[in-house]
Design a protein around this ligand. Structure first.
Ligand code: BES
Ligand code: ZN
Ligand code: ZN
Length: 483
């Protein structure tokens, strides 16, 4: 998609479709004058996501106007802008219109608004149809028109493009079928990404991980014919600054059958999304490489396939993790925490001082928070605060979950240092506690993205499928790191 910035009076814009935002209850006077019948009919209310496409409106040079409902003024911020622009783009595409110009009024022309609008256009243009022979129409040209000049708009346009493309990269990866996107293919994608955007990439293979003693990760991988990998992507700032060193860790299970504790058949196909955390981390690195934050950032993606092969681990097995802690496997479907445990330990060994992980970790978080909020867990108030601010700025919804010591009790094992499940009550919290055992004193935030990484029902602004959450927040956290 070509993306441009323009500065013209809205009436002078020549475009196949001029997108005008309609705040609920306050239509622009110029429009009301041009369209008295439409407004008097009450059909144009400005309610969020309402779309009205009009042809040849007098007083405008654009071939069409798309009036896009922005909802109530007091609730309209950059998140709402991002979504309504996505919905507008999807509306245009569904009518095979390939070009659109968004008109932002002076009150909504800050760099943050411009970036959010561009992100919205890119996110709305995404279709998970790489494997369809017939493709749908995509938007070819998108222009943001601002009437108020504001320093930083052009830079924000580029930033929005980089971030939107990064999020779509993650969505593309998460929608790939599991026969194609195996752990080694995921590693190859990381290498390609590194080469294209100037990151360092290292892939630890099975033998290397054996030497290091990553028994928790390797135990999960052993039931599959597909070898595992631990993918590292490194960004180093030009200043050579070493600390703080942010580690982004993403669960990369390319398919989760549950292993010997096998999952039911229904909707098992969805388990190809079990690498969505890893995909989000890779997407974030794609943007970080271009936006160049002031601190070093390393991505760690443990990637495996969880299969019930003849060499698969059994309930009752005891494995030794890289940290030295032994783990009794009571359910082979609680595999995400096992691979993350070794990745978190390794992140600390290579010098990461702050850790954020994202994982489609538990069905339990979906019971607690539905498909709206991500569950957030942490051992450090300062890092949690940074994270919540980043997510708030980017419109990724987060809800902090409790981590009382009492929950930890449930991971005590009779036969080993820890067991890998804590029972159904508070399942997302005991899973988080399991990870915390490995994070130790290192500031850490864990995101259970199980309810948000995949959209089961299409929204006006997003098709069914992978969402790319929380790429934007990861990027924001790194790029705006101050201390
Ligand atoms: N990848 C799943 C989480 C998941 C569950 C994703 C449902 C989508 C829908 C994870 O590895 C898993 O299986 N978790 C188990 C943990 C349990 C065995 C303690 C779960 O949530 O049921
Ligand atoms: Zn599982
Ligand atoms: Zn899983």
């Amino acid at each position: 998609m070509n993306i441009a910035l323009s500065r013209k009076p809205a009436s002078e814009i020549e475009s196949a479709a001029l997108i005008l935002l309609e705040i609920e209850g306050s239509p622009a006077d110029s429009l009301k004058a041009s369209l008295p019948i439409a407004y008097d009919s009450g059909e144009i209310s400005g309610k969020a996501m309402e779309m009205t496409l009009l042809h040849s409106v007098s007083g405008f040079r654009a071939a069409r106007l798309l009036l896009a409902g922005a909802g109530k003024r007091e609730r309209f911020g950059t998140s709402e802008l991002r979504n309504v622009v996505s919905a507008a783009v999807r509306h245009l595409k569904s009518r095979k219109i390939k070009e659109g110009t968004l008109s932002l009024d002076p009150g909504h022309s800050t760099p943050e608004h411009v970036a959010a609008a561009v992100e919205g256009a890119l996110l709305g243009d995404f279709e998970p149809e790489a494997f369809k022979t017939e493709k749908s129409t995509l938007l070819e040209n998108f222009t943001v028109n601002v009437t108020a000049e504001n320093l930083g708009q052009a830079e924000a346009l580029q930033r929005g493009r980089i971030v939107g493309e990064a999020q779509n990269f993650a969505r593309e990866l998460a929608s790939e079928p599991p026969n194609q996107l195996t752990p080694l293919v995921m590693a190859a994608r990381a290498r390609q990404l590194a080469e294209q955007f100037g990151l360092a990439c290292e892939v630890l293979d099975q033998d290397h991980m054996k030497q290091l003693g990553m028994g928790a990760l390797l135990g999960v991988a052993q039931g599959s014919a597909e070898p595992p990998a631990l993918i590292l992507l490194r960004y180093t700032p030009e200043s050579g600054r070493k600390s703080p060193h942010l580690g982004l860790v993403g669960k990369g299970v390319t398919f989760d059958t549950g292993g010997i504790s096998i999952k039911p058949a229904e909707a098992m196909d969805k388990m190809k999304f079990d690498m969505a955390g890893g995909a989000a981390v890779m997407g974030a690195m794609r943007a970080i490489a271009q936006l160049k934050p002031p601190i070093p950032v390393t991505a760690l993606i443990p990637t495996v396939e969880n299969m019930p092969g003849s060499r698969a681990q059994r309930p009752g097995d005891i494995v030794k993790s890289l940290s030295g802690k032994t783990i009794e496997i009571l359910n082979t479907d609680a595999e995400g925490r096992l691979i993350l445990a070794d990745a978190i330990t390794y992140a600390k060994q290579i010098g990461c001082t702050h850790l954020v992980d994202a994982a489609t970790l538990t069905g339990s978080i979906v019971v607690a928070l539905g498909h709206v909020n991500n569950g957030v867990f942490s051992n450090d108030a300062a890092l949690l605060d940074r994270w919540m601010h980043a997510a708030q700025a980017q419109g990724d919804k987060m809800w902090q979950m409790p981590m009382d010591e009492e929950y930890r009790e449930r991971l005590k094992s009779v036969n080993a240092d820890l067991q890998n499940i804590g029972g159904r009550p508070g399942g997302a919290i005991t899973a988080a506690w399991f990870l915390r055992e490995f994070a130790g004193e290192t500031p850490w935030v864990h995101l259970d993205i199980c309810g948000t990484a995949w959209l089961d029902d299409a929204k006006p602004w997003m098709p069914k499928g992978p969402t790319g959450v929380p790429v934007r927040s990861f990027v924001h956290l790194a790029v705006n790191w101050k201390d």
